[in-house]
Design a protein around this ligand. Sequence first.
Ligand SMILES: [Zn+2]
Ligand SMILES: [Zn+2]
Ligand SMILES: [Zn+2]
Length: 295
Amino acid sequence: MKKIISFFVAVLLVASMLTVGAFADETDVVTKVYGTTATAQPGETVTISFMISNNTGFDSTKMSVSAAAPLTVGEITRGLMSGGDVFNNIINHASGAPVTADGTLFSVSIKVAEDAQPGTYPVSLSVTRLNVNGESLTYKASGGAVVIPEVACEHDWQLTERVESSCTEAGYEIYTCSKCGETKRVDLKLAGHDYIINIKNDEYHTYDCKNCDKTFDENHDHIRYPGQFEDDDHWWCETCGWEKAKPENPTSPDPEEPVLGDIDSNVESQFNFGLVALIAVACGAAFAFKRKFVK
Ligand SMILES: [Zn+2]
Ligand SMILES: [Zn+2]
Ligand SMILES: [Zn+2]
């Protein structure tokens, strides 16, 4: 029994080791050849490097680099690929001089056209098989790229829409850039009501908005109690221009029905009434005095 268990444990152990080994072979030992990415402005020249990593060693090989407008391939500078010539953007590496290091295979200067638009443009790489000692290597190759970033627009704002403010809602303006089409909104001030003042009656005037149906009343501002301003011979309103003759001795301000009359005769009648009352009181007092003390 122990022997059987030992056998199965051994089988499992070997199987797991094989699995790990196979996994490692597939992922870790692939040679990579790739280009870098550079950022450039229109009109600039930048350098793209082509690199090798996980290098298992190579000797004879041939690589070529190409790019389409707005990029132009310029001078090529050799790095690890040094054993052959460079012609027509093709870089050769002669056999018999194996390279095993990681690093820059070669680099290339890329000229960006003056009229280049923002975007990402490829710098392509073509690799004729990597081999060492006559045996092909497994490898992955990918190109580089030049990135032309979006440039900030020097906006040229044109008014393209205007909504006027109303009494209760603020309007706005829409401006559109004639170069890039970007829009922006500018809020306008709330207009508010624009009132005209109308005289309605002897009590109040009315504020009426010219632009909407908003309206409200307000009392005239120079309705005075009698005697408050002795010189005033009438009622008036500075706000609306309403005027009315001052009423005769009203007990309370009643601008709708002011009492009109002769001030002089009124004073006279007041005086006469007071005189009669005074005489009556005096007579009463004299009568009482006589009854009490003259017996
Ligand atoms: Zn713009
Ligand atoms: Zn209004
Ligand atoms: Zn008024």
